[in-house]
Design a protein around this ligand. Structure first.
Ligand code: PHE
Length: 470
C-alpha cells in the first residue's frame, strides 16, 4: 500500500481512471487502518475525557454521539467519496470534479481550510504528544508507584511549569512526524497500526478493569451516560460538534486524501461506519477508564487539558505491574498521536509540493519547522504566558490563552466550516448520478444520506455557529 507515493503530483488533467495509475489500498482493511490511524489519537484519549468533564458529562456525551451519527458519518462518506471520485490530492480532486460537473473552481477552498486547520492543529497537538513522551519516562522510572493524587498532580504541574522540558519533547514529537512525512513511506507505520491499535484497546480495557475496583465505576458510568440537560450550555454544543469533527479527522480533507486510494468496489458507507465506531469506542473506553479514578480520588472532572495526566498515573501507581502497563500505555498513546500527527502535516506538505514545486524533503522541513515554532507559543501559554489572553476582550474568548485559542479556532470553527463546505458541495452542486454510482447504496439509504448532507448538516452546523456568535 503506497499511500504517500504522490500519484497526485503527476496530475495531468486526465480524469477518468486516474486511480488506475496510483497505488491503491491493497484492501479495505488497509484503508481502515490508515483512516483509523488518523482518527484515533489524542482526541480520543486526551481531549474527549477532559471536554466531557468540563461540559458536565452525560448530556454533552449524548450531543457528541448524535453529532458523530448524523453529521460525522455522512460527512466522512462525502469526503471519502469526493476523494475517490477525484482520484487525486484534495485540491486537485476538487479541481477534477469541478471540471467534470461544471462547478466553480472556488470549491478548492475546502482544501485550503483543511491545509490551514491541519497546520494550526499540529502546532499544539505536538506539544501534547510531547507530554505523552515525557510520561513514558515518568511511568517507567517507577516514581508513580503508591503516589497520592497530590503528588501526581505536582509531577504534572512541574512538567507544565518547565518550558525547556516541554520544548524538548515537543521537538522530539515534531521530528518523529516530519521524519515519516519526509520519507513519504507511511506503509510501515500504518501496518504497525494493525497491532498497536488493538494493543492500545487492550490496555485501555486493563485500566477500565482497574477502574472497576475503585468502587466509583457506577458513578462514572452515570456521569457519562445519564444526561443532565441543565448542565449543557450552547458553547458545550459547539464543543461537542467541533470535537466530533476533530476526533474523526473531518473537515480537513484528510479522509478525502485517503479516499482517493480506495478501490472502487469497496463500500464507502460500511468503511466510514467502521472507522467511526472504532473511534467512538476508544473515546468511550477512555472515559470509562478515567472518570472512576477522578471520583475515587476526589479530583475535579473539569480539571481541563491535564485530566488524563493527573488520573491515569494514579491508576498506574496503584495497580499491580502498574509501571509496566503505564509505560506501555504511554508508548501506545505516542503511536496513536504519531499516526494522527502525520495526517495533520501531510496536506500542507502535499500542497507545497504540488503548487509551489518544492520537493518533499524541503516542503516537510519548511512546514514542520514553522509549525514547530508556532508550537512554542502554546508551550509558553502553559507557563510564562498563562495569563495572556490576546483576544480576551471578546466575551466568548475571555481568559483563553494562545493554546486555548488555537484549539478553539481550529476544532470549533475551521473543522466544522470545512465540513459544512463538503456537505454543501455534495448536497447541492455535485452530479447526483455520479454520487449514486460512487456510493452504490440502496435508493432509500442513498436518499437518507443525501437529505442529511443537503439539509441536516448545513442547518445543524449553521444553527450552532449562529447561536454561539450571538
Ligand atoms: N482525529 C485526531 C485525534 O482524534 C486528530 C486529527 C484531527 C487528525 C484532524 C487529523 C485531522 O487525535
Amino acid at each position: 500500500m503506497s499511500v504517500s507515493s504522490s500519484g497526485s503530483a503527476a496530475y495531468s488533467g486526465s480524469l477518468e481512471d486516474s486511480n488506475a495509475q496510483r497505488g491503491l489500498w491493497s484492501s479495505r482493511l488497509a484503508f481502515i487502518l490508515a483512516a483509523t490511524g488518523s482518527a484515533v489519537g489524542l482526541g480520543n484519549i486526551w481531549k474527549f475525557p477532559y471536554v466531557t468533564g468540563e461540559n458536565g458529562g452525560g448530556a454533552f456525551v449524548l450531543v457528541y454521539l448524535l453529532c458523530i451519527a448524523i453529521i460525522g458519518i455522512p460527512i466522512m462518506m462525502a469526503e471519502v467519496m469526493i476523494g475517490r471520485r477525484g482520484g487525486h490530492s484534495p485540491v486537485n480532486s476538487i479541481k477534477a470534479i469541478a471540471q467534470r460537473d461544471g462547478l466553480n473552481p472556488a470549491w478548492k477552498l475546502v482544501g485550503a481550510v483543511g491545509i490551514l486547520a491541519g497546520f494550526l492543529i499540529l502546532s499544539f497537538y505536538s506539544v501534547i504528544g510531547g507530554w505523552a513522551i515525557s510520561y513514558v519516562g515518568t511511568t517507567a522510572s517507577g516514581q508513580l508507584s503508591g503516589q497520592t493524587a497530590d503528588a501526581v498532580g505536582a509531577i504534572f504541574s512541574g512538567l507544565l511549569s518547565n518550558p525547556g522540558t516541554l520544548l524538548l519533547w515537543h521537538t522530539v514529537f515534531m521530528a518523529l512526524v516530519m521524519l515519516v512525512v519526509a520519507k513519504g513511506v507511511r506503509s510501515g507505520l500504518e501496518r504497525a497500526v494493525s497491532i498497536l491499535m488493538p494493543a492500545l484497546f487492550v490496555l485501555l480495557l486493563i485500566v477500565v478493569g482497574y477502574a472497576m475496583t475503585t468502587g466509583h465505576f457506577g458513578q462514572a458510568a452515570a456521569f457519562l451516560f445519564q444526561p443532565d440537560f441543565s448542565k449543557l450550555t450552547t458553547s458545550g454544543v459547539l464543543v461537542a460538534l467541533g470535537h466530533a469533527f476533530f476526533t474523526l479527522s473531518l473537515g480537513m480533507a484528510v479522509m478525502m486524501a485517503y479516499g482517493s486510494y480506495l478501490p472502487k468496489k469497496i463500500s464507502i458507507a460500511k468503511t466510514s461506519i467502521t472507522v467511526s465506531v472504532i473511534d467512538t469506542g476508544v473515546a468511550l473506553l477512555a472515559g470509562l477508564a478515567i472518570f472512576p479514578i477522578v471520583f475515587a480520588n476526589g479530583l475535579e472532572p473539569g480539571a481541563g487539558p491535564g485530566l488524563i495526566f493527573q488520573t491515569l498515573p494514579l491508576a498506574f501507581g496503584q495497580m499491580p505491574m502498574g509501571s509496566l502497563f503505564g509505560t506501555l500505555f504511554f508508548v501506545l498513546l505516542i503511536f496513536a498521536a504519531w499516526t494522527s500527527g502525520i495526517s495533520l502535516l501531510e496536506p500542507i506538505v502535499e500542497w507545497l509540493e504540488e503548487q509551489k514545486g518544492m520537493n518533499r524533503t524541503v516542503s516537510t522541513l519548511g512546514a514542520g519547522v514553522v509549525c514547530w515554532a508556532l508550537g512554542i507559543a502554546s508551550i509558553l501559554s502553559l507557563n510564562l504566558w498563562a495569563d495572556f489572553a490576546p483576544l480576551g476582550f471578546i466575551p466568548m474568548l475571555e481568559g483563553k490563552t494562545i493554546f486555548d485559542l488555537l484549539d478553539f479556532f481550529t476544532a470549533n470553527i475551521l473543522l466544522p466550516l470545512g465540513g459544512l463546505l463538503v456537505a454543501l458541495m455534495a448536497g447541492w452542486v455535485m452530479s447526483k448520478p455520479a454520487m449514486e454510482k460512487e456510493l452504490a447504496l440502496s435508493p432509500g439509504t442513498f436518499n437518507l444520506w443525501f437529505v442529511t448532507v443537503r439539509f441536516i448538516t448545513p442547518i445543524a452546523v449553521g444553527v450552532v455557529f449562529i447561536y454561539n456568535l450571538m
